[in-house]
Design a protein around this ligand. Structure first.
Ligand code: HEM
Length: 361
């Protein structure tokens, strides 16, 4: 709200609370009487990150709220895309801006590292909340020496994370939304059956072409490759295999994810496809950030332990793989077949997925 008592030239500072923000950089090396020039950059850097984390959470909360209903209203799709897109743009900046911190040399960092005591990004409640909101589950996290990942967070952050764990994450909400995709089984059409037929048809054709054209040695290798491929597809088409838990995505969401991916040009699937792509962008950018942060850590402190008490570089590199959330969406690409082999959609289904004015033509 505008502060009427202030002079016009004070409004900018009042609106942004610059008195607080610009007074919040207090290098501990200064307080120890041994000022280290680069600590200012280090502090501002983390503060900027925390502000962006706040914005990411703000966008995520909105996306999750819009997706939490029994159905996702069509009119909510564009805001959902917009906010996910914004998260992607912020994430790109978060990765890129590490360039600035790397203008600090390892010796510069060493000059004030001891004054950080046990302070570490490890204790960033907002970072942990983003991970949880996106869908990183407690049981999937790497175990570190001090037990649970949130043991070293402040009580308020711990409480928020516990509460967030009780609500559906973005992963859960996307899964539910995908599971509701109406077109994969409709009016006698069953996407899964038609896709399975197309897959085995193309494998049979490949086998025939190999038998007709290859010499015995090449034929043996090709038949083995085809057999391997067939087994891979047998796995995805078998509901019993799915129950074994290789996928985090539900059985129906997995089918819908593939359906949207292969028929993405259908008008009704263009926005869903975009949504899935943005989620993959977020997952990929998170992994990129983790990788760059790990490399930067190694550059600054080699193989020393972190100030937060983890193994440092080794721990961070492990999170790169272990803390991915939407890997199943990437895994779907294992099961794509060439466009020419895709079964055309029945007219009725395809007609329903067009824009209505196109149908009237
Ligand atoms: C010289 C620069 C930096 C170094 C050497 C460094 C080092 C480390 C280390 C060793 C860890 C592992 C935990 C520990 O034992 O302390 C860690 C975790 C973390 N750091 Fe940094 N860091 C740096 C800059 C940053 C910046 C700018 C941010 C931005 C907020 C950040 C955010 C984090 C986060 C969120 C974690 C937790 C990662 C996880 O557990 O998955 N760090 N850092």
């Amino acid at each position: 709200m505008q502060d009427k008592k202030k002079e016009p030239w004070d409004q900018y500072g009042a609106y942004l609370h610059l008195d607080k923000i610009l007074d919040a950089q207090r290098p501990w090396s200064n307080e120890a009487g041994k000022p280290a020039h680069d600590e200012m950059l280090f502090i501002i850097f983390h503060q900027v990150y925390e502000l962006w984390f706040k914005q990411i959470l703000f966008e995520l909360d909105d996306v999750c709220a819009r997706m939490s209903g029994k159905t996702l209203d069509d009119r909510d799709l564009l805001p959902v895309l917009k906010h996910l897109d914004r998260i992607v743009s912020i994430m790109r900046i978060l990765v890129k801006q590490l360039d600035v911190l790397e203008t600090m040399t390892n010796q510069d960092f060493t000059d004030f590292r001891e004054y950080l005591k046990t302070a570490s990004g490890f204790q960033s409640g907002q970072f942990r909340l983003i991970e949880t909101r996106l869908g990183l589950r407690r049981e999937d996290r790497l175990r570190v020496f001090h037990g649970q990942f949130d043991d070293n967070l402040c009580p308020a952050s711990r409480k928020t994370i516990k509460e967030t764990e009780q609500t559906p994450s973005l992963f859960d909400l996307v899964d539910r939304w995908l599971s509701r995709t109406p077109f994969i089984e409709k009016s006698g059409y069953k996407f899964w059956e038609s896709y399975r037929e197309a897959v085995y048809k193309i494998l049979d054709e490949r086998k025939k072409a190999a038998n007709d054209n290859l010499d015995p040695e090449a034929l043996k290798a090709e038949l083995e490759a085809i057999d391997k491929n067939r087994k891979k597809f047998d796995g995805i088409f078998d509901p019993e295999e799915h129950k074994k838990g290789h996928w985090r995505m539900s059985w129906r969401a997995l089918q819908a994810g593939l359906f949207i991916t292969v028929y993405r040009n259908e008008p009704a699937l263009q926005i869903p496809f975009r949504l899935l792509s943005l989620i993959m962008d977020i997952d990929e950018l998170f992994a990129l950030w983790r990788y760059r942060h790990a490399l930067m850590t190694q550059r600054m402190v080699g193989f020393s332990m972190g100030t937060g008490g983890s193994a440092g570089y080794g721990y961070l590199m492990q999170t790169l793989e272990k803390h991915r959330i939407f890997t199943d969406l990437f895994g779907l690409s294992t099961y794509l077949i060439p466009q020419r082999a895709l079964p055309p959609l029945p007219d009725e289904i395809s007609g329903e997925m067009g824009y209505s004015y196109a149908k009237q033509r």
